[in-house]
Design a binder for this molecule. Structure first.
Ligand SMILES: Cc1cc2nc3c(=O)[nH]c(=O)nc-3n(C[C@H](O)[C@H](O)[C@H](O)COP(=O)(O)OP(=O)(O)OC[C@H]3O[C@@H](n4cnc5c(N)ncnc54)[C@H](O)[C@@H]3O)c2cc1C
Length: 400
């Protein structure tokens, strides 16, 4: 088949219609108005903003209210065929993919935007299957159904998602317990002083925090009324609904089976190229030069760069510093995380839950910061600090 400008018609297949897949499709379509676009999703394929899942309950929003554009509307906007089907196999030699119904589709370029799976703790007990996790619209609909007529919720995990759900469900009128075995909240993102301030704010608001090393849930049992969660030290908590938020694992199994190089995520270079020719990856499933950043700003930078690369303008992704917002309304947090191997010191200014914490290395370079409470609302301060931080993935000339 030929395009009007006589260049051969290309087929791009994007698997995944989350923020990564749809952002890429939008960016790419601007540059390739005539090429064929096929998108595949094993969910309903509606466009929505995943970060809103953890602030929607208190606002009284159901899953349907979060749909920004239905699949059919997205297909029209993007001039795409959007199939609701499961990818089963990638044949890189034949440049084809196979769907669960056996259908094979040929591609010129294939992009994997498969996202990540919630990590499920290995739990014993007849209530283990009732433990929920929330990573897409359908999960959120299940959570809302499970909360009908209930008052008590227990959240496993005090990372970003666990803290946000604790905050949201508390605001939504629930009695909330949160258990975190690392002994403090947001252990991967916050230094101890910031974690304690956030813990105090959530406690003051009414969340019951259980921050201790024995907080590993080992079993969940059905009671006559509700559920009993049993912990490693033999203690237990009774509740009505259990939400697990103990981390995400990039979806790499299909890429691995196709022989693509994977580490924690599907390994890609700065051009988002996997180890197989004509196959790319972005979003939560992709590890870009060793960096796994499961947030919105990185995937938007990836989508912009990859759209250009796929339109014959090879463009490496570049990451500036990208602070993350923790949407705990009782104590908002903005954090530019410090790399695990950084050597330096934190300085803390402010009082109570209104804190400004800066991390400088031995040469005086700012390497990370945390703004809590009122300090998180100071947009000019956040922007000024962000400017001082080194790029996470420098532009190529800085890199060389
Ligand atoms: C509750 C919550 C709150 C968050 N809040 C924030 C925030 O405030 N700020 C921020 O920056 N980030 C936040 N994040 C993270 C952010 O939302 C994610 O990084 C981002 O949405 C990931 O998008 P994605 O497209 O890579 O993956 P996903 O949205 O998971 O999309 C994956 C797609 O792949 C499809 N798929 C998977 N496997 C197959 C298969 N075999 N066959 C066919 N289709 C398949 C799925 O159907 C889906 O369409 C939050 C995440 C959660 C869960």
């Amino acid at each position: 088949m030929k395009r009007e400008d006589d260049a051969p018609m290309q087929t791009l297949i994007i698997v995944g219609t989350g923020l990564a897949g749809y952002n890429l499709a939008r960016e790419w379509r601007k540059r390739a108005p005539q090429d064929r676009l096929i998108m595949i999703s094993r969910d309903a394929g509606h466009s929505y903003s995943k970060p809103l899942l953890s602030t929607a309950f208190a606002k009284g929003k159901g899953a349907e209210d979060l749909v920004m554009a239905r699949r059919e509307a997205m297909a029209g906007q993007l001039a795409a065929e959007i199939l609701t089907a499961e990818l089963r196999h990638i044949d890189t030699a034949a440049r084809q993919i196979e769907l669960a119904d056996g259908q094979r589709l040929a591609y010129d370029h294939l992009v994997l935007a498969l996202g990540a799976d919630p990590f499920r703790p290995p739990l014993a007990g007849n209530g283990a299957a009732s433990v929920l996790s929330v990573n897409d619209l359908e999960d959120y609909a299940r959570l809302r159904a499970a909360l009908q007529g209930r008052r008590k919720v227990l959240i496993l995990g005090g990372g970003l998602i666990g803290c946000e759900f604790a905050n949201d469900l508390l605001q939504g009128g629930f009695s909330v317990d949160l258990v975190e075995p690392a002994g403090r909240l947001l252990p991967a993102l916050l230094p101890a002083a910031a974690a304690s301030a956030l813990a105090q704010a959530l406690t003051d608001a009414g969340v019951r925090l259980h921050l201790h090393a024995e907080g590993w849930a080992v079993a969940v049992h059905h009671l006559d009324q509700g559920l009993r969660v049993e912990f490693r030290d033999g203690s237990h908590l009774d509740t009505e609904v259990v939400v697990s938020a103990i981390g995400l694992r990039p979806r790499i199994a299909l890429a691995q089976a196709a022989g693509l190089s994977c580490a924690r995520g599907i390994r890609v270079d700065r051009y988002l190229r996997t180890s197989a020719a004509h196959v790319y990856a972005l979003g939560d499933c992709a590890e870009v030069e060793g960096l796994l950043l499961p947030y919105v700003l990185p995937l938007m930078a990836q989508a912009r760069a990859l759209a250009q690369t796929l339109s014959a303008m090879s463009t490496p992704v570049h990451y500036p510093a990208m602070p993350v917002q923790v949407k705990t309304s009782v104590c908002p947090v903005v954090v530019a995380p410090v790399a695990a191997d950084s050597v330096g010191e934190w300085s803390v200014a402010g009082q109570g839950q209104d804190l400004r914490l800066l991390f400088h290395d031995s040469s005086g370079q700012l390497r990370g910061f945390v703004l809590l409470g009122q300090a998180a609302g100071q947009a000019a301060d956040k922007a000024a600090l962000q400017k001082q931080l080194p790029n996470l993935l420098p532009v190529e000339s800085e890199h060389e």
